[in-house]
Design a protein around this ligand. Structure first.
Ligand code: ADP
Ligand code: MG
Length: 676
């Protein structure tokens, strides 16, 4: 009783008060980031120019200036009370890793000095031997290096200077998510530029953009601590649905509870200081579920920001006596959480390649990028699914609120009709009297409104000016999905380029536009099976998808096998994103994490059943037994039969359940032994 009282009281706790900066967001935005403005101020002119050239991809980092850069950084950080620095990396565990070192050295005579050299900034050898490497580091040369990713600025959090780094093995293989992310966006940049230059010679680079909508649950810390399954697995393993859950959908975008709002406010303040452009906050569908969406940014930076944000969320939740649940499905029976990944490509000339244009050339270019992306989802259907598969996400996928475990693309009926026309008509017929490519594009902005919200059932949806990769899980490092997508599109665009060149060399009669269109027509017929605008949850779709040859695998470990299929290995190799050795290692890690997660859940479930549920059941049964024996004393035999009937039935039922539970737990242990 006491315990429940404590829980109830703590749930009614007033909100934790927050110190709000008495100024506009723009006054302190990115104040804890060593961005270009601070670099200009704290670095020598030549060190600053060198960094600018590195960021623009003109040169690689010139180590002769490393000391100057480090020194400027240290001076800036010291003004913020920073005493330590860390190489911050993204290991394959899906979390982030940090090991702090003090800005401290000793002179020969033992005098302490402040120390942060260029070498310490640029490259480190964190021991980090316990991070999963999938066997890459089991050799004699088992060293792993972290190296600064100059494209992501250094920042200060908790009085620590964070240096975003890649983590690679001595032999050059990537041991993290960041290195292949950088390789994949660079491969996509090159391939996309090649296509863009067919239309506009001025294009020099193509940037990948990403906007990540982060969903999460917030629950009272004491309630959380009362559930060993939540504590150890991040989700409840047993329990029953609440009579009132989300049926009325009265939580969705309702007024935000004040205690939660204070948490959100403080989270946003921390985000702004870190340069994270937090934009939208609202209640999500399930009770206690919320969302935070920042403004989209350069893909690599958006991922870094998302990972820091998850860390900040966890820390701040503690202060507000909450626990943040980032698990994809913490509670059965209500919606789970995802991380909708809004992805687009933009040229340095300011063209969004997923936005239709106004003239023949720009519309044709739009079609090239749209259709080649459809080709990617068609050809690498199973791979994209594997890229988001995890022990947590598997409980969310296919449940009634999340994308199912079959990958298709939603483009809406109007775009579908347009593709049909492009496929069947000649260029001449597609042009209007002003010689424009008439794609009925005038109506696109309206389609967009329809698209975005109406088909929530699609794992991958075109939403007017971007794709929304909805299958990504809330706890995941989104890099896993983005690496597969970007690598595959880079490879696909290279194929497309060759196909155009080949088609051009076959006939000199066709105009460039006609040639491009002829290749696109072929692609449309090929990839059409992956386009699906209907209800992804329906049983008919499952059958239909199998008929269309789409990947219908539902077992997570088997999904991972797709990474090692010949076509995947060849694609990753051609695009230069991951070698076969790296793919094998990564898969090994994915399998291991999956197995361990399931193993932990199984152990916790057994423990709960035997050590928590069974004793309570026995205690309850004893109460019943006591009740029955007292009834026997006060009633006649006839009355007793009548009044003790329910209790006697319950006593029997409890015994049966106890036997059943313990029998099933034993069976589960046997199965686990076998699995091990
Ligand atoms: P919804 O819930 O309707 O999907 P939100 O406002 O929650 O919309 O999130 C939309 C996300 O998409 C934001 O992060 C936003 O910045 C991002 N976004 C908008 N336009 C683009 C674009 N062209 N490329 C990438 N992301 C975009
Ligand atoms: Mg949203």
């Amino acid at each position: 009783m006491l315990r429940f009282k404590a829980l109830a009281e703590s749930s009614n706790d007033p909100a934790v008060s927050v110190d709000y900066p008495a100024c506009f967001i723009t006054d302190y935005f990115a104040c804890n980031v060593f961005g270009t403005d601070k670099q200009k101020q704290y670095l020598t002119h030549r060190a600053f120019s060198m960094l600018e050239d590195v960021r623009q991809g003109k040169i690689s980092f010139d180590r002769t200036y490393a000391d100057e850069v480090a020194d400027g950084m240290r001076v800036w950080a010291r003004e913020k009370g920073v005493t330590h620095y860390t190489h911050w990396f993204h290991p394959l565990t899906e979390g982030t890793a940090e090991k702090h070192d003090a800005f401290l050295g000793l002179e020969q005579n033992g005098n302490p000095i402040e120390l942060f050299s260029g070498n310490m900034l640029v490259q480190q050898e964190p021991d980090a031997s316990s991070f999963p490497s999938g066997g890459i580091r089991n050799t004699v040369e088992a060293r792993g290096y972290s190296a600064w990713d100059v494209s992501s600025p250094v920042f200060v959090y908790n009085r620590i200077l964070f240096i975003p780094t890649v983590f690679i093995a001595y032999t050059g293989e990537a041991l993290d998510y960041k290195a292949p992310t950088l390789r994949s966006v660079s491969a996509l940049d090159k391939a996309a530029v090649k296509i863009c230059r067919l239309f506009d010679k001025k294009v020099q680079s193509v940037q990948s953009n990403l906007g990540l909508e982060q969903e999460y649950f917030l629950i009272d810390r004491n309630l959380f601590n009362a559930r060993p399954d939540l504590v150890m697995c991040g989700r409840t393993l047993m329990g029953h649905e609440s009579a009132k859950n989300q049926q009325l959908e009265d939580h969705y975008q309702g007024s935000i509870p004040s205690r939660v709002l204070e948490f959100m406010r403080e989270l946003e303040i921390e985000c702004y200081k870190l340069g994270i452009p937090a934009k939208t906050r609202h209640n999500e569908v399930a009770p206690n579920q919320f969302e935070l969406a920042p403004i989209f940014e350069n893909l690599n930076l958006a991922i870094d920001h998302n990972l820091i944000m998850m860390t900040v969320m966890r820390k701040l939740a503690k202060k507000h006596r909450f626990k943040v649940l980032l698990h994809e499905k913490p509670f059965a029976g209500v919606n789970g959480s995802g991380k909708h990944s809004n992805w687009s490509l933009c040229t340095d000339t300011g063209v969004n390649l997923f936005s239709p244009g106004k003239d023949l050339k720009s519309n044709l270019q739009f079609l090239c990028f749209l259709i080649n992306t459809l080709m990617v989802v068609y050809k690498y259907n199973g791979l994209l699914k594997a890229s988001i598969a995890s022990a947590g996400n598997v409980h969310r996928l296919g449940a009634s609120e999340a994308p199912p475990s079959i990958f298709s693309v939603f483009i809406g009926d109007q775009l579908m009709q347009m593709l049909n026309e492009v496929e069947s008509k000649s260029l001449q017929k597609l042009m209007d009297n002003k010689q424009r490519l008439n794609l009925n594009m005038g109506i696109l902005p309206e389609i967009r409104l329809d698209n975005t919200d109406r088909n929530r059932t699609s794992p991958f949806a075109f939403v007017g000016n971007r794709f929304e990769f909805r299958a990504v899980g809330s706890s995941a490092n989104p890099a896993s999905a983005m690496i597969a997508l970007s690598a595959a599109l880079a490879d696909q665009l290279n194929t497309f380029h060759s196909d155009i060149i080949a088609a051009q060399s076959k006939t000199s009669k066709q105009s460039f536009e006609e040639t491009v269109l002829s290749v696109l027509k072929r692609y449309i017929s090929e990839c059409k099976p992956v386009v699906f605008n209907g209800n992804n949850y329906s049983d008919e779709w499952r059958k239909e998808a199998a008929k269309r040859g789409l990947d219908c695998e539902t077992s997570t470990p088997k999904m991972y096998d797709t990474y090692l299929r010949k076509d995947s290995v060849a694609m990753f190799k051609r695009s230069g994103v991951l070698s076969e050795k790296e793919l094998e290692a990564r898969n090994e890690v994915k399998w291991e994490i999956f197995t361990k997660r399931v193993q932990i859940e199984s152990r916790v479930l057994g423990n709960l059943a035997v050590n928590h549920i069974t004793p309570v059941a026995i205690r309850y049964q004893n109460v019943l037994l006591e009740n029955v024996s007292q009834l026997k004393v006060v009633f006649t035999d006839k009355e007793f039969k009548q009044h003790a009937a329910i209790q006697l039935a319950l006593i029997k039922e409890v015994s049966e359940h106890i036997t059943e539970i313990n029998h099933l737990v034993e069976e589960m242990i046997e199965k686990r032994k076998y699995a091990n």
